[in-house]
Design a protein around this ligand. Structure first.
Ligand code: PLP
Length: 359
């Protein structure tokens, strides 16, 4: 089988074992006699898939009982609107910590709904770091504080949280299950699946009980979290195949030894790549060391031509999707949970080899 090494930021690489298993079960899933693609979302066979997937996510992330797990559509981007629509109370503000393009987009949607405040931003530093959170103060009338836990485009990640009594909401699209966290530090965590969890088309929302049920009257039914928690993600047809694929990904993570082991692997992969960048005479990382992402690693040379030459060089070695986001330029390697160490080693080898050719 001739498969490339895929460094795409999303939709992104999935473990070959998971793809092969989906293939082998495609026409007869879980011995139900039909494919998961054909199953009614109200069937016993699908309800089992849904409840197993939820239980496994609860186990792997250690999600307390007072949090609900939802599988929604509309991507992380729809959450940018659903969050303020459901949680931003009258006469209150929503605080946003701005660490990159995705948090800017989240803020833009919240502004359409109600009162917002930016309590910290690293924009003046081109988002090359997470702003200092020790000094920020939050007012009393806050509905929530929104952060982007891992910044997919800029390659930074939060290693500590702002101090606040308001619930913290984390857009963890590109970080979910990549390292151990304490779910009860958050009011809500959400993630589009296509980075670390599975295929596109399904968004995971983990939300604390007490935040549900305060939406204003008149909020359209589909946009209300309560609709989906009451119906257990089955108010309407959920993204059934996506949920099934998340289930397979979670079983794969479980079989490796859970999030602890995945985090160990992720740290090993990221250290190797950052070491290669830091030791290189032509590549450099734009990101402040303490805030570097474990999942998305931007790097550059000093010239656009050399960047382009490297992308060609890498592509000839089947190392693909390394072009940086247009707002940052250079290269970006997304090395999500599914990516084995061996693939990162191949990238590092290609970087050293390319550097030799430049001498
Ligand atoms: C990809 C991404 C999004 C957007 O996700 P969609 O599912 O495409 O809406 C939002 N936030 C972060 C941090 C992302 O990486």
């Amino acid at each position: 089988m001739d498969r490339v090494v895929n460094f795409s930021a999303g939709p992104s690489a999935m473990p070959l074992e998971v793809l092969m298993r989906a293939q082998s079960e495609l026409v007869d899933t879980n011995h139900a006699g039909i494919s998961v693609l054909e199953m009614s979302h109200r069937s016993k066979a699908f309800e089992e898939i849904l409840s197993n997937t939820k239980q496994l996510l609860r186990k792997l992330m250690n999600i307390p009982e007072n949090y609900k797990i939802l599988f929604l559509q509309g991507g992380a981007s729809l959450q940018f609107s659903m969050i303020p629509l459901n949680l931003l109370q009258k006469d209150h503000e929503a605080a946003y910590i701005i660490t990159g393009s995705w948090s800017q987009k989240a803020l833009k949607e919240a502004k359409k709904v109600g009162q917002t405040t930016v309590t910290a931003t690293s924009e003046e530093d081109q988002f090359r770091q997470i702003p200092d959170l020790s000094q920020i103060t939050h007012s009393k009338n806050l509905s929530y504080v929104h952060i982007t836990g891992n910044n997919t485009i800029e390659g930074t990640r939060f290693t500590h949280l702002p101090k606040t009594d308001a619930p913290i909401i984390n857009d963890w699209s590109s970080g979910i299950l990549s390292e151990e966290i304490n779910v009860s530090d958050y009011g809500m965590i959400y993630a589009g699946a296509q980075k670390n969890l599975g295929p596109s088309g399904v968004t995971v929302v983990i939300i604390r009980d007490d935040l549900i049920g305060h939406a204003p009257d008149g909020l359209p039914t589909m946009l209300n979290y309560e609709t989906h928690t009451k119906a257990d993600s089955l108010y309407h047809t959920p993204p059934t195949f996506g949920i099934y694929m998340i289930g397979l990904m979670l079983e794969w993570i479980d079989s490796l030894g859970g999030v602890k082991e995945v985090e160990r692997r992720n740290r090993e992969k990221a250290s190797l790549l950052y070491e290669t960048i830091d030791q290189s005479t032509i590549f450099h990382s734009p990101v402040k060391k303490e805030d570097r992402s474990l999942m998305n690693v931007p790097f550059k040379t000093d010239s656009v031509e050399t960047d382009r030459a490297f992308l060609h060089f890498a592509a000839a070695k089947q190392l693909v999707e390394l072009k940086g986001h247009r707002s940052v330029g250079g290269m970006r390697a997304s090395i999500y949970n599914a990516m084995p160490l061996e693939h990162v080693e191949r990238l590092c080898g290609a970087m050293r080899e390319f550097e030799e050719t430049m001498k």
